[in-house]
Write a protein that binds this ligand. Sequence first.
Ligand SMILES: Nc1ncnc2c1ncn2[C@@H]1O[C@H](COP(=O)(O)OP(=O)(O)O)[C@@H](O)[C@H]1O
Ligand SMILES: O=P(O)(O)OC[C@H](O)CO
Length: 498
Amino acid sequence: MNTSKPYVLALDQGTTSSRSILFDRQAQVVAMAQRELTQHYPQPGWVEHDATEIWATQRATLTEVLAKSGVRPEQISGIGITNQRETTVVWNKHTGLPIHHAIVWQCRRTAPLCEQLKTQGLEAEIRSRTGLVPDAYFSGTKLRWLLDNVPGARAQAEAGELLFGTMDTWLVWKLTEGRVHVTDYTNASRTLLFNINSLEWDSLLLKELDIPAAMLPEVKPSCARYGHTNLGVPVPIAGMAGDQQAALFGQLCFHKGMVKNTYGTGCFMLMNTGRQKVESSHGLLTTLAVGADGGVNYALEGSVFMGGAVIQWLRDELGLIARAADSEACARQVRDTHGVYLVPAFTGLGAPYWDPYARGTLVGLTRGTNKNHIVRAALEAIAFQSRDLLDAMQQDAGLRLAALKVDGGAAANDFLMQFQADISHGRVIRPALLETTALGAAFLAGLATGLWQNTDELARCVMTDREFTPHMNNREREQHYRGWQKAVARARHWVEPS
Ligand SMILES: Nc1ncnc2c1ncn2[C@@H]1O[C@H](COP(=O)(O)OP(=O)(O)O)[C@@H](O)[C@H]1O
Ligand SMILES: O=P(O)(O)OC[C@H](O)CO
């Protein structure tokens, strides 16, 4: 163990903010700093970030965290980076300046291009090569859009002057002052351009999307030495993973069959499937994750579009609660929802339904329905949607889950966590530290630089805050769940395809 360097720094570049968190060898948070990011919405359905602002905010939090903690750069063993995935930036390698705002993962501008890929009959190829589906969510079509729409971009790219990156790649480029152009397997697996079987950029997809290979970063394991940043002394950058995969690692889900669910704005559920690539028959994605040795594992991933956001809606649009946390007290005011179900299909339904035409539905209302029933139904809806994903994952992977590890802002809600345990009939484990994304990045960098020797040491650092065990009997559980499925059926196919 390197005793003169007992700290590790995680840079967590998220959709709404950039954060830096400094951890000690016991994985305790020593200091944290955060800066919000400007969201740009140039057209309905389009979302952009200014990559220059991303770098400036990330750099500012790094400086602030060092100042706050009093830790000197020479005491830091390494830096781990974790990031919002898929968000795409292209920059000029001589000037280091982006040629356009970054196109954010939520941006729908390339939906027509994705339809075109389907018409070309590429859907099955995309699924088997990348584990993904032709959707505007992923980086490949965003990159193609930039090449087609920014004047002069294609010619410059073909002349080898432009570089592509997701936010991990962009930050490493900036941190190393333009010396290193690299990404890791987990981020590469979200681009729609990376072959998750051969672990290489996929030449067929590059050709179909007309993307020059010279723009792409080198792909390395998530636990590796990528380069150094100069903080007065050189500090190694030694860990890198997309935020959901970093959270999976931070939750100690190193082995096959281990699952985490992050309850943020949406919910992201990932199951580590080990060295085995599992193809879903329920519309889940197959993606790359990090194994116990820091090497490549496969994972199944499903997302719920409306997770904690349903609670924001109750607060901001309906005014039923003043703060998100008040939802718990409201839900506990009533014994049950009085037969009310809320299906928050505000933007359609994702896996396992994949129905873009579904819309939000509130059913089972009677004269006796009050605000608390509706708030409770909203919390239950988050758990029902997560059970839908969990059932799909267990069927795809052919195994029964031992426990669900949880994190994210809404995981603080004890009512929701107990209902999750009840409705999925399994244990729910909440760690003391909910910053599992940053912790995962810190673990990767700490392993690569010798701060920790192995995953047993990591496991000793993670404390459980609370474990929720199921109490609901089988009859009650299945009756509840049948009610949910009936409500989902009411919500589906609501709007007419245009
Ligand atoms: N105690 C709570 N009960 C229910 N939902 C909550 C609670 N606290 C926060 N939330 C919800 O969790 C979300 C914030 O979680 P966070 O992990 O910070 O999200 P993100 O990373 O997506 O911004 C918000 O949508 C908020 O409504
Ligand atoms: O930054 P977050 O937490 O909203 O995560 C974004 C995801 O990585 C998108 O795939």
